[in-house]
Write a protein that binds this ligand. Structure first.
Ligand code: BG6
Length: 506
């Protein structure tokens, strides 16, 4: 996927400004990722980290807090082990990193904050700066505007200036277009790094390597052999502490135009002419742009929205969650059918589903092949012959498997299911990672391949807009599913009416 490098060099010197330094993202993902990059020798000894937020905190105290975040995260991930500090944070890695951590107290809406940032940047002795907007989306334009006003977005020979924008990037097509427009008035596309953390996942990046570095796949990767594709992102967790945010957003906006469409694009895009950022992103934009815009009636018929209700085992329903409206009509589950109008995929449905509080955490792509044309086995009912699937398991237990039919040993001809494939952990040593390591590193080295270009974002919203509109205008019904189940029966019907069934979860 990446530029053909086999060994990564340390990133160039730079200052990483973390806007929203006390937020959840910095705690859970960014700081552990920075530490992992330092551990792997991928950061320059002159990489500075500067927290920016309104709380009054000194440099040393901020560094202490970051250290505590890393420790907490590592312990939270392995709750059954007693992890002593030294096994999580190597003093030889942390010591030099901590010396380069500082903090700017300031309001994002005050020009004084940006003057302080400019002074810090100058003092750090490198002109390169990455401004990471780990803030509420309402600050994205505000921060960019003030950075620009302070001259901080102007690049020069010894200084790149890059802005990382987190999701959600807009809440529909119009707001995403407006945000793109505002940002592009202040800086060039080359300076904007729109994050979709699914692209930081090894298994997601591997889809392209598998498809395009193995000659065998291309021969059957089309509508002659593939019957349909299922993309699932099931979560076992509920809305956790994000009830307030999630209740305004819902499952469709939270997961589909970004994460699920990234997976769809990886599976469905044409081979890029080169592995450069623009070639890859152009192919992705094309395929997401080729998703058929449904009429309002079709959008309703091809979507299911649902909300989890309390389970008989006592798990709370969505409306009982903290900071959620007790009459909320927000969906926590969505299932969709989309069609891609191009030569390769004409007639192949893509079924997408994602939801919270399902049985298991399971992100997978299941590619279902057309059946063998004729089953010649005497006395073997055709019903026993299951379709072949290629399962790309994104998380957990990363790997890839074909479901095949084989003869069970013995005198009787009994057809059974077997698996042919590989698990990542059997071949590679997996270091603990958050998925943000690659994205941060790529931002430092200036590789935008794994970031969303303006048209990628807009095409994603364009494809979900018919669902958003139809749901609103036609008051789409809200189905229910029990917390801890596989989802609503209405989602099963979306496939059974086409003579198909969802691949089992877990
Ligand atoms: C985030 C969504 O973007 O992705 C969350 O806002 C969701 O609601 C998360 O839980 C899922 O990410 P992952 O990496 O756990 O699949």
């Amino acid at each position: 996927m990446k530029r053909g490098k086999t060994k990564a060099e340390p990133a160039p010197p730079a200052t990483l400004f973390l806007f929203g330094a006390h937020g959840d993202l910095v705690k859970r993902l960014l700081m552990p990722a920075v530490y992992n990059l330092a551990r792997d020798g991928l950061l320059d000894p002159n990489l500075h980290i500067v927290g920016v937020d309104h709380n009054e905190v000194g440099d040393a105290e901020f560094a202490q807090r970051l250290r505590a975040f890393i420790l907490d995260q590592a312990r939270a991930k392995q709750p059954d082990q007693v992890l002593d500090e030294a096994s999580v944070i190597d003093p030889a890695v942390w010591g030099p990193l901590a010396e380069r951590i500082s903090y700017v107290t300031g309001d994002f809406t005050s020009d004084d904050t940006y003057q302080a940032i400019a002074r810090t940047l100058q003092a750090n002795g490198t002109g390169n700066a990455v401004f990471y907007l780990a803030t509420s989306p309402r600050f994205f334009t505000e921060v960019a505007l003030r950075l620009n006003r302070a001259g901080l977005l102007t690049e020069h020979a010894n200084g790149f200036r890059r802005v990382v924008v987190e999701k959600p990037f807009g809440s529909d097509l119009a707001s995403a277009e407006a945000l793109n427009h505002q940002l592009l008035e202040l800086m060039s596309e080359r300076q904007i790094y729109r994050i979709d953390h699914y692209l930081g996942k090894e298994t997601v990046q591997n889809i392209l390597v598998n498809r395009f570095s193995n000659g065998i796949f291309e021969a059957f990767w089309n509508n002659h052999y593939i019957d349909h594709v299922q993309i699932t992102a099931a979560e076992a967790v509920g809305v956790e502490t994000r009830g307030n945010f999630y209740d305004q957003i819902g499952a469709l906006r939270d997961m589909v135009p970004n994460h699920l469409f990234q997976l769809l694009a990886m599976v469905a895009m044409e081979p890029p002419a080169a592995f450069g950022a623009d070639a890859v992103r152009s192919e992705k934009a094309k395929v997401v742009g080729a998703i058929r815009p449904w009429t309002p009636e079709e959008a309703l018929a091809n979507s299911v929205r649902a909300q989890y209700v309390a389970s008989s085992e006592g798990t709370k329903g969505y409306r009982e969650e903290d900071r959620v409206d007790p009459d909320s009509e927000t969906e926590t589950y969505v299932a969709l059918k989309v069609m891609i109008d191009n030569w390769r995929w004409m007639g192949v449905p893509f079924y997408l589903r994602t939801g919270k509080r399902l049985t298991v955490r399971d992100t997978q792509i299941a590619i279902c092949f057309k059946p063998a044309p004729y089953a010649q086995f005497r006395d073997t009912s055709v019903d026993d012959i299951k379709p072949n699937f290629l399962n790309i398991q994104i998380q957990p237990d990363e790997g890839m498997w074909f479901d095949l039919q084989a003869k069970r040993p013995g005198p009787a001809l009994v057809i059974d299911n077997v698996k042919l494939g590989f698990a990542y952990k059997d071949f590679f040593q997996m270091q603990p990672s958050t998925g943000y390591e690659t994205l941060l590193y790529d931002c430092f080295i200036g590789d935008q391949t794994l970031f969303q270009r303006a048209d990628n974002i807009e095409n994603g919203w364009r494809a979900v807009q018919p669902f958003l509109d139809a749901w609103k205008e036609q008051r789409a019904s809200l189905a229910q599913y029990s917390a801890g189940s596989d989802g609503p029966t209405e989602a099963d019907e979306l496939l059974t009416r086409d003579g198909r069934a969802w691949h089992t979860l877990g």
